[in-house]
Design a protein around this ligand. Structure first.
Ligand code: V47
Length: 382
């Protein structure tokens, strides 16, 4: 019997877990002190058992994945975040920017290869205005009407709003009308004034990030939420971050998933930091699963953790693996190139080998059914 199959009411090594177990079974919400105790517990397997129980109650033996492609349209950025190895200052060597033709071509290739989603984000480009991004959306929609376009972090949305002197909600509405399907969760980093001042000083802060997502939810766009962990933040700051998200989710219900992002130090100004270990990764997943009781999905992003740790995360609270990514530029693990792909066969093997059943989903977590080279969504097409 594996650790995670052990009956969940058996004794925990840490009395704090026994107390938290009782609170969970009584239907009580966990608070800041509970979250900090979960980050501190030496009984990682006990934590995993609790998180796995919550995960199994929500999703049974299903683990989701999607077939997507990431398009990072430029690395040119007016910000200089210390944790980021992706950006190039305007005019600096190594900067790139894709033309709209190139972006549409990448979306077309993703569509032709069977992707249901493209995930598009980029640096804050100094020259482009809102009409450029609106045209990007409408041209992708014209070329690939079925493809879900998940695009632009809250940071990009605020940038478009500033450079085009257009209120955030109007920016979102124009993008939605042109074809934007949902917002990704990037750019949240850690909701803490202290961390903000230390590693991403000029970026918009917590209140702005949350306000953009609330505005998106108000106009009917769903979104995801992230947290970048394993740099200078404390466990208490991670818990506070999750509680801020839980609070917004209580109000809007608009978040589909939470994705803890493993900080990759290589090439950034924080390259001297060691970055998270595999055990830090699965702990972050497990704590998120327990704290975020109003989030349906907790996702592991294998590009940053590695495929093996993401597989393990499925037994510690994650119910979803992102994705069959083909090109990813923001982080390159261990000197890998930008072409980073997980095949569907490998995804199935990782999930089945964890004792779970793979289910392909679309961006909104509807089941995708594939037949003779085409796909449909289970609950809206008979
Ligand atoms: O916003 C930047 C982060 C994010 C580094 O919404 C770094 O479903 C690690 O947000 N090490 C982009 N992370 C990725 C992202 C994402 C990924 C997968 C799924 C979803 C989703 C969102 O990556 C950035 C920033 O927070 N990042 N630099 C770094 N050195």
């Amino acid at each position: 019997m594996s650790v995670v199959d052990t009956p969940t009411r058996s004794a925990f090594l840490d009395p704090a877990l026994t107390r938290i177990d009782a609170r969970l079974e009584a239907g009580q919400r966990l608070d800041q002190a509970d979250g900090e105790a979960l980050f501190a517990t030496p009984d990682l397997h006990g934590l995993g058992r609790l998180a796995n129980r919550v995960r199994r109650r929500r999703h049974g033996d299903v683990a989701y994945y999607n077939i997507n492609r990431h398009i990072n349209y430029t690395n040119v950025c007016v910000l200089r975040c210390k944790f980021c190895s992706f950006y190039r200052r305007p005019g600096a060597e190594g900067g790139y920017q894709f033309s709209l033709d190139q972006i549409v071509e990448q979306a077309r290739q993703a569509d032709a290869a069977g992707a249901t989603e493209v995930h598009i984000v980029g640096g804050l480009h100094p020259d482009w205005r809102l009409d450029h991004y609106v045209e990007m959306m409408s041209r992708i929609r014209a070329a690939c009407p079925r493809l879900h376009v998940k695009a632009f972090t809250a940071i990009e949305i605020v940038h478009f709003s500033r450079v085009s002197k257009t209120p955030v909600e109007r920016v979102l509405t124009l993008l939605k009308e042109a074809g934007l399907g949902s917002l990704p969760g990037g750019g949240a980093e850690v909701f803490s004034e202290r961390v903000h001042a230390e590693v991403f000083k000029n970026k918009v802060g917590t209140e702005h990030w949350l306000a953009v997502h609330e505005a998106a939810h108000r106009i009917g766009l769903r979104s995801t939420a992230t947290m970048l962990y394993g740099h200078v933040e404390t466990p208490g700051e991670r818990v506070a971050h999750m509680l801020r998200l839980r609070h917004v989710q209580d109000r809007t219900g608009g978040f589909t998933a939470f994705i803890p992002l493993h900080f990759v130090p290589d090439g950034s100004e924080l390259a001297h930091l060691p970055g998270p270990t595999a055990l830090d990764d699965i702990r972050a997943i497990a704590v998120a699963r327990l704290m975020l009781d109003n989030f349906d999905h907790v996702k592991t992003f294998w590009i940053m953790t590695g495929q093996k740790t993401s597989q393990l995360a499925l037994l510690y609270g994650a119910d979803d693996i992102d994705g069959t990514v083909v090109f990813y530029d923001i982080t390159h693990r261990n000197g890998s190139g930008t072409h980073q792909e997980m095949t569907v066969e490998r995804m199935h093997r990782l999930i089945r080998n964890a004792g779970l059943t793979p289910v392909e989903r679309d961006t909104l977590y509807r089941r995708v059914i594939r037949d003779k080279g085409t796909w449909r969504v289970a609950d809206i097409v008979a």
